[in-house]
Design a protein around this ligand. Structure first.
Ligand code: NDP
Ligand code: 8X3
Length: 256
């Protein structure tokens, strides 16, 4: 479908998959609303979009866990930015790789609040407008982690299983509308994800991607773009996207 001039809101757009999605949509003439918490990183993405593509962007800096802040930020949108066509619920994280009976409850609360409640709040705030306008696409960034638990991943995996359930449920609830719902489920993508997961331990984070070629953020952005740009009668419900050397969350062929 013709995406030129469409308005796309991407959460967690200051880095990784979110930033790559922002660039991909902007490269096709979409107007992108960038969300995240880190003003500096968002400004860099905004600048790159302006200099490379010259398309319009707008930054809404808020924490997706803060419902009130999200509501206020969306309420502050100028009229010409209000009709959001595509919502990419991308903001998310894992913290730690601990056994379920040993991990840090505060970290887990952050993960649950961001990945599940943040996604849900954004959906609740933006989808009613899409329904009123009779058009819109919600693209949630799930994970292979949502398909099956792996050692030390139980809470993160549970949140991504929840993203799948929220996506499936929303698709059911919107079945009598022209809206589309997609769950993109990446395997290993080299981003800041592991640095965040391991609380800034760069060596441990780098080891995650050693000995094989992981996906790049741009690979996932391509699949997000694909889903968004398909003809209106085509709904990509779900896409599991892995590096060629990955078979399951735990089975990755590495040459170390
Ligand atoms: P990054 O850490 O690069 O990106 C995560 C982004 O989310 C950051 O820009 C961060 O920005 C933002 N974010 C985190 N918490 C919040 C919050 N509370 N409010 C607003 N923004 C927030 O990692 P990825 O790009 O890899 O992760 C993007 C998504 O992809 C996540 O949902 C992740 O679970 C998922 N994913 C990643 C995979 C991988 O292997 N990398 C595989 C499968 C799924 P800031 O901190 O500045 O707010
Ligand atoms: C991120 C991929 O396998 O580390 O969702 O959980 S994994």
């Amino acid at each position: 479908m013709d995406m030129k001039g469409k308005t796309v809101l991407i959460t967690g757009a200051g880095s990784g998959i979110g930033a790559a999605c922002a660039l991909r949509f902007a490269s096709e003439g979409c107007r992108v609303i960038l969300n995240g918490r880190n003003a500096g990183r968002l400004a860099e993405v905004e600048e790159e979009i302006r200099s490379r593509f010259g398309t319009e962007t707008l930054t809404l800096r808020f924490d997706v866990r803060d419902r009130k802040a999200a509501e206020e930020a969306l309420g502050s949108l100028p009229d010409e930015w209000r009709a959001i066509d595509v919502l990419v619920n991308n903001a998310g994280l894992a913290l730690g790789l601990d056994k379920e009976h040993e991990g840090n409850l505060d970290d887990w609360e952050t993960v649950i609040d961001t990945n599940i409640k943040g996604t849900l709040a954004m959906t609740r705030l933006i989808v009613p407008g899409m329904v009123e306008r009779g058009r819109g696409h919600i693209i949630n960034i799930g994970s292979i982690a949502g398909d099956a638990a792996y050692p030390g991943g139980s809470v993160y995996c549970a949140t991504k299983a929840a993203v799948k359930a929220l996506s499936d449920g929303l698709r059911i609830d919107l079945v009598d509308t022209p809206l589309r719902v997609t769950d993109i489920k990446p395997g290993q993508v080299e981003t800041d994800f592991s640095m965040v997961r391991f609380h800034g331990d760069a060596e441990r984070a780098a080891r995650v991607y050693e000995g094989y070629r992981p996906l790049e953020a741009a690979d996932i952005a391509e699949t997000v773009w694909f889903a968004a740009s398909m003809p209106e009668h085509v709904q990509i419900a779900e896409m599991l996207v892995l590096p060629t050397c990955q078979a399951t969350a735990g089975i990755i062929h590495k040459e170390l």
